[in-house]
Design a protein. Sequence first.
Length: 653
Amino acid sequence: MTSLSLVSLRTRSCLLLGMLAGTLPATAAESVKLNSPDGRLEVTAGPSEVGAFTYALNATGTPLIHGSPLGIDFSKGGPLPGSGWTVARSIPRKVSGKWQPLWGKRASVPDRYHEMTWKLAGSDRTPFDRATVTLRVYDDGIAFRIGIPADAKGGEVAGAVDLTEYRFAGDYTSWGYNGETHNHGPEKLSAIRQTRPPVIVVQADEDAFLALHEADLRGGEPLQLAKAGPTTLRASARLGAIAPGYLGPWRVIFCGRSPGTLVDSHLLELLNPDPQGDFSWVKPGMAVWDWRINGAQAGDFTYRMDYPSWVRMVDFAAENKIPHLVLDANWYGPEFKHDSDPLKGDKAVDVRKLIAKAKEKDVGVWLYLNDVGGRKYPLEQTLAQYGSWGAAGVKYGFMSGTPEEKNHLTQRITELCAKNRLLIDFHDKPVHPYGQVRTWPNAVTREFCHAQLDARSIFQPKTYVTSVFVNMIAGPIDMNNGMFDLRQGPTTRVDNPMAVPSTLVSEAARTLITYSGVTILPDIPEYYRKYPDLLRFIAAQQQPWRESITLSGVIGEHIIMARQSATGAWLVGAATNESARELTIPLHFLSAGDWSATITMDAADAHYLHNRETRVTEQRKLTATDTIRVKLAPGGGTCILLEAANANPPANR
């Protein structure tokens, strides 16, 4: 079948008449069938009988989404598309290329899709004289958006409503993002009651998984999803002012054979524009962090958020080729006090000295900035000053405002940080990621999840193996996994000293599985040095990644992730829920030849509620034709480091 096919003889006749007349009435224009490049997905889209546009999605011939509307309601100006709009022209396009990100899940990303753009002509009843509807079909999903050409006639329109709906073909099982608590699901679509933010993941069949999100959100509110029927969701978000030059957000539907194919997708980034300017200075990788070390004891030394502790952290980072140290709140004064000056705060002199010292060891220092200081003091001056000090990045916390205001401020801060060569991490209920890391490679991560150490009361093993299949679809997330101090009961830490419900091996594995441009480690050097096999696994996570593959996974149950580091080594991390399990890990991703494997597993008596630190480590020689059988304790994990055989890994210690 060709990627574009006509649907009826009647519409062919209408097409001919429309061509003679110059334009096609929307009701006369024909629907089209647009296939994915691999032929698996098929979208039927175009005007309905009343002129509104609809789309329907099939995968390998099975209906997944029935005919659903898309468009914008201008209220007094009527819907777009709809009565008063005509199809002036339909333009098909095929693209087969590659995107090579500065950093990401892999070094080279196929950029293949089939596209149809409908150019619409308005009338004296419509707010604009022209508009466009664009549909793209990729191998791993579809996307559509509405635009108003920059040279269109018409004035600004406010209060427009998104008409997009998702009419699922069955009462499928779903999981959904739930802010700073355990994610929704599994639950049937019919059981959803309240409006929810994306990402919503849907399992339609054993080999059919969908996810709803958005990409390239330039203005207006971030997407929300509301119920519009027993198995129907609709887009619910204020679109903001619409005027000539408007490009609406892409409404995105991921579609894959497994949840792992959604996790591995770059669909959101591909739907965002290329960066403008030089971002070669962006350096992704691991980071150590001063917030959770506060109060931790190592022999006679007590860690604080102060210069002596920072120096110890820099030395540890340099020893292990960890490129960042993140300084969190209160370095310039109590973060919520209005007189805490983010430029002249009480530790500013020490911070500037630290930045210079760390730079000598190739470690970049991040600076926390609370929204209170970000709003009270000139933001441009603050970020410019951090750049001139030589800081590596900014962690921005507790942004306030309406969803639309937060979206605009997030964009502004990201751009200002890029101008001053600063990486950026947004925390505390940030605007969801929507692929902007392509346009702004300095936007390396954000807390689009409940960070593990803030959420110990609700963060269970099942929480982790759900979040990585829901939250992580949206982009890089900051979950601060990797706590190695797993003692029972309260610790000496100042902030949230509760025990972590995880095993030591699972904590190390999660640092690999969780996708982030900066993976922030929460513990002190002494606890990492205590376990040299797992420290070696962490230190080997050198970005940018050459490749990432979700080898296996069931939402809420387990995940196995493989990533190839910048050095060529492969790392594999596995994590499970509260159930112990055995997993077989294939090694087909390895290149030919012999590989040395360091395999660390939970010990037989390990458990996420007790015996958290027991483990076993072994060495093997393996090839791509081999498999590894591993046992995971309840709440446990597995870490595997694979190096070319001539790397000669050290003997088991």
